[in-house]
Design a protein around this ligand. Structure first.
Ligand SMILES: [Zn+2]
Length: 99
């Protein structure tokens, strides 16, 4: 029970940190580059979202090393806990029978 309480407290703090990080210089620079960290395509900065490599729900933190800019499409595809590499590998191995 104490665990859950601590967990919720940490998550609250991390969410707050993420809000602040969105105003920070390093995040704005990352975003202004316009490059999605997953598909490496260029987007308008407004189309990029903050994505945690290790999700907050799995103990990830809002630090420059754990935060990347991702386009909406990749962010959605990645979901909460599917590494995007695995997702693409899986979908590539099943493309042989199209007829
Ligand atoms: Zn992308």
């Amino acid at each position: 029970m104490t665990y859950e309480f601590i967990d919720e407290e940490i998550r609250k703090k991390e969410r707050q940190k993420a809000r602040e990080a969105k105003k920070s210089r390093w995040w704005l620079q990352k975003k202004m580059s316009g490059i999605c960290a997953y598909c490496l395509q260029k987007f308008h900065p407004k189309e990029l979202t903050m994505d945690h490599i290790v999700p907050l729900a799995r103990g990830g933190r809002t630090t420059p090393g754990n935060v990347v800019a991702a386009c909406l499409f990749c962010n959605k595809k990645k979901g909460a806990d599917t590494p995007v590499d695995l997702f693409f590998q899986k979908s590539c191995t099943n493309t042989n029978d199209f007829d």
